[in-house]
Design a protein around this ligand. Sequence first.
Ligand code: BG6
Length: 498
Amino acid sequence: MEQNMTSLIMIFGATGDLAKRKLFPSLYRLFERGKLSERFAVIGVGRRTLSNDEFQQSIKDSVTSALGEKDDIEEFVRHFYYQSHDVADSNSYSALKKLADEVDEHYQLEGNRIFYLAMAPEFFGPIALHLKSDGLTDVKGYKRLVIEKPFGHDLASAKELNHQIRTAFSEEEIYRIDHYLGKEMVRNIEVIRFANAIFEPLWNNRYISNIQVTSSESLGVEERGRYYETSGALRDMLQNHMLQMVALLAMEPPISLTTDEIRSEKVRVFRSLRTIEGDEVKDYFVRGQYDAGTINGKQVPKYRDEPMVDQESNTETFVAGKVMIDNFRWAGVPFYIRTGKRMETKSTKIVIQFKDIPMNLYYQPEKMLNPNLLVIHIQPEEGITLHLNAKHAGGHLDAQTVKLSFSNTGTNAMNTPEGYEKLLYDCMRGDATNFTHWDEVAYSWAFVDKISNVWAKEKADFPNYNSGTMGPDAADQLLEKDGFFWWPVTDLDVDTCK
Ligand code: BG6
């Protein structure tokens, strides 16, 4: 793998929210940790007219508000330049090329370029085409394209976008961001699975009864109504983050830890997803939209009253589904996934529920023993908890649930790099493992399109869950009809575990 950290990073959308909140602080953290070589530079590209000084001031503000005052901030921002730009105008690209060549020369960047598209998706294709036709990708070093979601709106639009960017970049040069793949505990799934003799032998349909993946948010749609109305929870969260977590949970052990091997095992999971279509959709998937309600003691409005949202909106802010993976390992094991806005709490957790043992001698009718659970806490707390049954201290032979916990908080958390920091670093090193390959994108859209096609045709009975709850009742019934229930995420917190 290349380890050449010498690079010119061009950020399109440099005055936008993502750049300010995530990218600049992440770059600073890499700088602070000595992970950036002295030979790096950033050109911020945006529509607004800004001087280099003004741009550098905005970088300082963004780093200070995320990380506090830093002594070496002046040294850091000296590497930043700004270019005002019209994405549709070739002259703009010529000016950008001129600046890029000068900066490259000044820092001896060896023609290594990363183009980071942090802007509205309709510009992704046109920018990539211009980068090629106006000569910006014509370099002697490496060239890489980092592209934010959404990658298309459905399979057809994703294919079109892919076609456009592939005219300028090869698949190996494209880094499609799924920021969940930058999360510490999402990356840990593979290690937990493949480095522990006690889990891997049980990781199949003989010992696991079901797997539950919840990613709940307490925030509403905020200022993103315009985008969200065209997206909904299915496209915004499930097509990418949720299915990526399922793939990591379900994949076969790769033969080695190379990018190609890991990605190809993940793709095999996507290929095994049971297609859910037509009338089946209502048996496997539930959609919801939030009504008004109370969160943390504060009254919040319903989705339809949010800015830029249609009063009759049919957009789902919640989705729960039963995903089946029709392969030898997983046949018969439901993967239940749910995600939504304005839910009770902000939490991402994975619960692996093991089957009951065949004859449990400690079973008492009035006191069911809990099944063994392995809980992977993705956020806000990071850790793992294993729920076991053990003798009640002092009692006769009564069993009770005990929890073995590992929490990243405290031990590793201070040094845990933020997701974007890891992803930027990976990209600079040329490691595409934690970015989504086109095949993963294509299979996941094909899966999701079948569901959205059905939903687009039928008006839902919205709103159907109160803000501050865990979604509509139908999401509970989805599991109840299989004899399961959602493990309450608030009871599973790693810090409350003994
Ligand atoms: C983004 C979605 O991809 O993920 C947002 O577009 C969502 O709607 C966000 O809020 C959730 O990310 P996280 O890291 O806060 O769980």
